[in-house]
Design a protein around this ligand. Structure first.
Ligand code: HEM
Length: 166
């Protein structure tokens, strides 16, 4: 295993595989519940890879998935390049902050790319936080807001809660 790049040090608590689930909403759709698996990896360069898969909690049918890279810059600044099979590509900018028992990541899209037949998404905000590192009950909370399908303001779409797999 290569050594973690020093710029990725603040992201170290993310590394590994997380499982759990969450709930979702948007004014244009029915509320839903999902299960999620999220894996962060590194190769010694100044980025962390992320791959996520979700399923419908009731039926087990695959839902959203995404894959991309969190690019770690000096001083805790972050860039995210993320692709989704729905035809949405997010470029987000943000920061990672070390907290007393974990970390807090905030990201805002600077660009959203859409394939010609993708649904309209104009802006995305993401928050990822890890808590409980000191107590041993580590959880990762992930929230997402989006401006999409005719809603120009950022509205809540997802909240997930995951635990680290051994
Ligand atoms: C945990 C991850 C996610 C899950 C489980 C999820 C799930 C869902 C579900 C079940 C729907 C309604 C049915 C459908 O249109 O497929 C939906 C709609 C949608 N989602 Fe997500 N989603 C996730 C992440 C995202 C992300 C990251 C984006 C964009 C940045 C996004 C954008 C949309 C859009 C644009 C719609 C369509 C709303 C409409 O047609 O009115 N979703 N999502």
């Amino acid at each position: 295993m290569p050594e973690l790049h020093p710029q990725c040090e603040p992201l170290a608590p993310l590394l590994g595989t997380w499982q759990g689930g969450g709930t979702g909403q948007y004014p244009t759709i029915d509320d839903f519940a999902y299960t999620e698996e999220l894996t962060f990896g590194h190769v010694g360069k100044p980025f962390v890879s992320m791959i996520q898969r979700t399923c419908n909690r009731d039926t087990g049918e695959p839902l959203h998935s995404e894959a991309g890279y969190l690019r770690a810059l000096p001083g805790g600044d972050l860039e995210l390049a993320l692709a989704q099979p729905s035809g949405v590509v997010e470029i987000c900018l943000g920061t990672v902050r070390t907290t007393p028992d974990g970390l807090a990541i905030e990201l805002r899209s600077s660009q959203v790319g859409l394939t010609p037949r993708a649904k309209e998404v104009t802006s995305v905000r993401r928050e990822l936080s890890i808590a409980g590192l000191r107590a041993g009950g580590v959880t990762l909370i992930s929230e997402l807001w989006m401006a999409a399908v005719g809603h120009p303001e950022l509205l809540h779409h997802l909240r997930g809660e995951l635990t680290k797999q051994a």
